[in-house]
Write a protein that binds this ligand. Structure first.
Ligand code: SF4
Length: 333
C-alpha cells in the first residue's frame, strides 16, 4: 500500500512517440493520486500537447541552457516534490530529479545512474514488454496501475488552426487521408516513397485528398511521395505545429505512417492508423490507440534496431502496397 502523494514530479520522455506511450502512466498516476499536484517536465511542444488531457497540473518546458535548467531546479526544489518518476534513460534526467530535491526517485538502471535513483529498476529486455508497460512498472512503485486510456485531447485552438490550413488550400470539408513517409531514426524504418505514392493513388481514387505530412526535415521525402501521387496530394511537412498536426490527423479517415512520432500521434487521437515497421520492434513500440494495424514482415534478422541496413532492408521490401491496402481496409472498416 502506497500512501497518497501530495507533490509528484514526472520527467517526460524527449521523443514524441515515447511521450505518447507514457500516457497510460500519466492517467494511472492521476487516478492513483487524485489529490496530488502533478508536475511534468519535458520538451515544450510535448508538454503543451499532453497538457490538454489535464493529467498533470503544471508543465515545465525543459530549458535549453544550463542557467535555465538551474533556475528550474531551484523552482522545483522550492515546491518540494515528494517523488519523481524519471522516464528518459539518461544520466542527466536522473541528476535533474535529485537536484529538484525529490526524496523518492524512480527510474530504470542505465548509464551509471543507479546512485542518483532511490529505486533503480532493472529494465526488461527490449520488446519483452510494450514501452507503455515499462513505464507503468515505474508507476507501480508509487501505487499507480493501468486505467482505461482515452483518446488524446486536442489543445485549445488546434482544430481551428487545422481547419484554417485546409481551407486556405481549398480543401475545406474534404475527406482526407494522411501519409507519413518520414522517420527521423533512419532509412531502415522508411518504406519507399514509390510505394507510399502508389498507396496514395489508391486512396485518391476513393475520393480522398491525400495530406503528406512530417517534420520540416522530411519535406524532401514528402515531396517525392507527392510527385509520384499527382494533384490529389498536398505536402504539409513542417507547416504545422504539433497540436495542429494532431488536429489534422483527428480529421483524417485513415493515416498510413512509418514507425514514427506521426504514427503515434495519429493512433493517440483515435484515427484509424496503419503503421509500417522495418528494423524496430512492434512488440515494444506499436502505437497505442483504438484503431491501429501494424504491418511488419520480420525476417530472422529483425528486430535489429539499426538505422540503416547493409542487406537492402528486405524487411521493408516485403511490405507490399496491396498488403498495406488490406490493412487500411481492415482498420477503417
Ligand atoms: S538487418 Fe534485417 S531487420 Fe534490420 S533493417 Fe536489415 S532487413 Fe530489416
Amino acid at each position: 500500500m502506497v500512501r497518497p502523494l501530495e507533490r509528484l514530479l514526472v520527467r517526460l520522455p524527449n521523443w514524441l512517440g515515447d511521450a505518447l506511450m507514457s500516457r497510460p502512466l500519466l492517467h494511472a498516476l492521476r487516478a492513483a493520486h487524485p489529490a496530488a499536484e502533478l508536475r511534468a517536465v519535458g520538451p515544450r511542444e510535448l508538454v503543451e500537447l499532453l497538457a490538454a488531457a489535464r493529467v498533470f497540473d503544471q508543465g515545465h518546458p525543459w530549458p535549453a541552457g544550463r542557467s535555465g535548467r538551474a533556475a528550474l531546479e531551484r523552482t522545483l526544489r522550492a515546491w518540494r516534490p515528494e517523488a519523481a518518476l524519471v522516464l528518459p534513460p539518461s544520466f542527466s534526467s536522473a541528476l535533474f530529479a535529485r537536484r529538484c530535491g525529490a526524496a523518492v526517485r524512480v527510474g530504470f538502471r542505465h548509464e551509471a545512474r543507479r546512485a542518483l535513483l532511490t529505486r533503480a529498476l532493472p529494465r526488461p529486455a527490449r520488446g519483452d514488454l510494450h514501452l507503455s508497460r515499462e513505464y507503468l512498472l515505474l508507476g507501480a512503485e508509487l501505487g499507480a496501475h493501468a486505467v482505461p486510456l482515452p483518446d488524446l485531447a486536442l489543445p485549445a485552438g488546434a482544430a481551428e488552426r487545422a481547419a484554417a490550413l485546409l481551407a486556405a488550400r481549398g480543401l475545406a470539408g474534404r475527406d482526407c487521408a494522411v501519409l507519413g513517409p518520414g522517420a527521423t531514426y533512419g532509412p531502415a524504418k522508411r518504406w519507399s516513397a514509390e510505394r507510399f505514392a502508389a498507396l496514395g493513388r489508391a486512396l485518391a481514387a476513393r475520393g480522398l485528398a491525400v495530406l503528406v505530412c512530417g517534420a520540416a526535415a522530411e519535406r524532401a521525402t514528402c515531396a517525392a511521395v507527392a510527385e509520384g501521387l499527382g494533384p490529389a496530394a498536398l505536402v504539409l511537412a513542417g507547416e504545422t505545429d504539433l497540436a495542429a498536426q494532431a488536429a489534422l490527423l483527428a480529421r483524417a479517415a485513415v493515416a498510413v505512417c512509418n514507425d514514427s512520432g506521426l504514427a503515434h500521434l495519429s493512433a493517440a487521437v483515435g484515427t484509424p492508423t496503419v503503421t509500417i515497421f522495418g528494423s524496430t520492434s512492434s512488440a515494444w513500440t506499436a502505437p497505442l490507440g483504438r484503431r491501429v494495424r501494424v504491418v511488419q514482415h520480420a525476417p530472422v534478422c529483425a528486430p535489429c534496431f539499426q538505422r540503416s541496413c547493409r542487406i537492402g532492408t528486405p524487411c521493408l521490401e516485403a511490405v507490399t502496397v496491396a498488403g498495406v491496402g488490406r490493412a487500411v481496409d481492415q482498420v477503417a472498416a
